[in-house]
Design a binder for this molecule. Structure first.
Ligand SMILES: [Zn+2]
Length: 254
């Protein structure tokens, strides 16, 4: 028995105050031509255990040249079928994580339970924000495939969820323990390995101080318990182990 993880790279983008995501090619595009923008990389993950084929956050819902959802193409390339995905774990519902929950008219993973923190779902509807696109959630709601969770707990024997807040009020992270390994998906609490290497308070977080504390806390645990960490917004190191030496973190690529 093994547990395997795959990064489903969706590309790099710039995002400005309007929360529109524009494809950005660092080789050919000039960042100066997009003043006031943040530059992000996006990669959902696929994890296979003996019981589940799961997607962790769903990307922007970009299409490949053949018109298929890019996340579907990437799953096939990894050797699996989108129809076989039986769990979709959502850290939160901002557009760069939820755009691929559907294909625009129906669920992208029709045979999956979508695991969503209830407070996040309610905020998405009740707090108007350009970060949430409720037309996506309407489709998910009609499907009947939602599994709401509240607070922290155990989803299955091997999957736990933890309400963190920090990035947004009801952000959650997931830990998967299977076949003697531990995989940690920190969503936007631990989105890039580089963020472990320096202390900072990010303006884009709902509670920047808490988000910073959580990053450190998870960094310590990841090093101590040898977690394989999945970094959703990583530039290059999508998956890695954390080592800690005299209070300094180091990322070890796999
Ligand atoms: Zn994000």
């Amino acid at each position: 028995m093994t547990m395997n993880a795959f990064a489903l790279y969706e590309g790099s983008y710039s995002v400005d105050g309007s929360k529109k995501f524009l494809p950005f090619n660092p080789e050919t595009d000039d960042p100066k031509s997009r003043p006031g923008s943040l530059f992000i990389y996006v990669q959902p993950f696929l994890v296979k255990t003996n019981k589940h084929l799961m997607v962790l956050d769903t990307g922007l819902g970009q299409r490949a040249a053949n018109g298929q959802l890019l996340i579907h193409e990437n799953i096939r390339r990894a050797g699996y079928q989108p129809e076989d995905v039986n769990l979709v774990l959502m850290s939160h519902l901002h557009y760069d994580h939820s755009g691929g929950m559907t294909d625009g008219t129906q669920l992208a993973f029709p045979n999956a339970e979508y695991v969503i923190q209830r407070g996040e779902w309610e905020n998405a509807y009740s707090k108007p924000s350009a970060s949430y696109r409720t037309e996506i959630f309407d489709i998910v709601q009609r499907s009947g495939n939602i599994h709401f969770v509240e607070g922290s707990g155990q989803l299955t024997d091997d999957i736990s969820y933890e309400l963190t807040g920090g990035h947004c009020e009801f952000h959650q992270v997931f830990t998967i323990k299977n076949a003697g390994k531990t995989i940690f998906f920190g969503g936007d609490i631990l989105p890039e390995p580089e963020q472990l290497l320096r202390r900072f308070i990010a303006k884009y977080d709902f509670d920047g101080r808490k988000a910073m504390q959580l990053r450190e806390e998870y960094g310590h645990k990841a090093a101590l318990e040898h977690w394989l960490c999945l970094f959703y917004h990583a530039k290059s190191t999508a998956m890695g182990y954390v080592e800690e030496n005299e209070g300094r973190f180091k990322i070890v690529t796999v």
